[in-house]
Design a protein. Structure first.
Length: 105
């Protein structure tokens, strides 16, 4: 249980959630590219990535001087998506993710 709580704690930060979403959409990105996407400084993004790496949520690949980050597996992005879906329910009305289900019918 404690490890699961640590995963939730690691994802309880808006910048880290944005990083996970960016990596989910792009696959593999450098710190500078991620910084542009999440609109934070490369230093800040690098610190967040270090925490995500320690938690084994992201992994790295080095290409010369550049380091590229990617999600270790699909579970963190699934947790983030489910958290966003749950947040949509708290807004009232029909959540956006339910509209896709209705459109498929």
């Amino acid at each position: 249980m404690e490890l699961a709580v640590e995963v939730f704690a690691m994802l309880a930060d808006a910048t880290r959630v944005r990083i996970v979403l960016a990596l989910q959409d792009s696959g593999e990105l450098s710190v500078n590219h991620l910084a542009d996407i999440v609109d934070k400084s490369p230093t800040s993004v690098s610190q967040h990535l270090a925490k995500l790496r320690l938690a084994r949520i992201v992994s790295t690949r080095q290409d010369g001087q550049r380091v590229f980050y990617r999600l270790e597996n699909e579970h963190a992005s699934r947790l983030v998506a489910d958290a966003i879906f749950q947040a949509e329910h708290s807004l009232g009305g029909t959540p956006r993710h339910h509209h896709a289900d209705q459109d498929a019918r």
